[in-house]
Design a protein around this ligand. Structure first.
Ligand code: NDP
Ligand code: 8X3
Length: 252
């Protein structure tokens, strides 16, 4: 029987690339996201290679998440790897200019949504035990402050600490937890962050070499298939052409 991976945010970027990467290795896929048309397209692409179950699911809806997990068809029930990837940044303006609803959306998705899916799948992962893996997609923004990151970076700091704390409680169960923290990667992330500004998105990635979705999918797969006695606590991955910068100083 093949291993099963449950991927949130499979309709784009890292999640979509992860679906392809796990499919390449013969895993059965549970693919979720809000955009059903994209899930259908993915199923059409991968369904003749591996078993695919799609879920139109908003991770913010705890009842829907629980129901989706409780009603997984038999061949998809024993999820071995959870990729908690669904997430977004909004409003890259200074904090004082951001609408409260944008902060709420980021918290509801990146924090509450990730917690919802984790809570629903924990009993299964514990039952699977040795080799079961949770990959929580954090960000360099969870560790390093920068202007316009406000609640986004703070939500990813939550992901890091939640991952570490989960590890403490899961010790002895065999379930591994990793905070996978990517740096700049070219996906639809910046398009979403800027409210659909394709020019701003293109400008951010122009003239440099960002990570690709496939780079991160490869890390997700690698972390999930490490020997069962190894847990990567945090994996921070930046493009070679991205690094930290000097402190900002306000001057007269
Ligand atoms: P994309 O915008 O390409 O993909 C985001 C995915 O999240 C989509 O599949 C989207 O699906 C899903 N999603 C968003 N909100 C919800 C929701 N409420 N319920 C279910 N699914 C949701 O961006 P990335 O692939 O880059 O982002 C994936 C993760 O990686 C995010 O957590 C992001 O914060 C993180 N990240 C991204 C980096 C980057 O530079 N790209 C760097 C570091 C971290 P749909 O809209 O169909 O629901
Ligand atoms: C997003 C990565 O570099 O925009 O999580 O902070 S970055």
């Amino acid at each position: 029987m093949s291993d099963i991976v449950f991927i949130t945010g499979a309709t784009s970027g890292f999640g979509r690339a992860a679906a392809h990467r796990f499919a390449e290795a013969g895993w059965s896929l549970v693919l979720s996201g809000r955009r059903g048309d994209r899930l259908d397209a993915l199923e059409a692409e991968l369904g003749d290679k591996v078993a695919v179950h799609t879920l139109v699911l908003d991770v913010r809806d705890d009842e829907a998440v629980q129901k989706a997990v409780d009603t997984l068809p038999e061949p998809f029930k024993r999820v071995r790897t959870l990729i908690n990837n669904a997430g977004l940044a909004l409003a890259p303006q200074p904090a004082q200019k951001v609408a409260l609803k944008d902060w709420h959306t980021m918290i509801d998705t990146n924090v509450t949504g990730l917690v919802n899916v984790t809570h629903a799948l924990l009993p299964t992962l514990i039952e699977v035990g040795e080799g079961a893996t949770i990959v929580n997609v954090g960000s360099i923004a969870g560790q390093w402050p920068y202007p316009g990151s406000h609640v986004y970076g703070a939500s990813k700091a939550f992901v890091q600490q939640f991952s570490y704390n989960l590890r403490c409680d899961l010790q002895g169960t065999g379930v591994r937890v990793t905070d996978l923290a990517p740096g700049m990667a070219e996906t639809e992330f910046t398009l979403v962050r800027t409210g659909g500004d394709q020019t701003a998105s293109d400008k951010l990635y122009r003239g440099t070499t960002a990570l690709t979705a496939e780079d991160i999918a490869e890390q997700m797969f690698y972390i999930s298939t490490l020997p069962a006695h190894i847990n990567f606590n945090r994996v921070e991955v930046m493009p070679t052409r991205q690094a930290w910068s000097a402190f900002a100083v306000d001057r007269d």
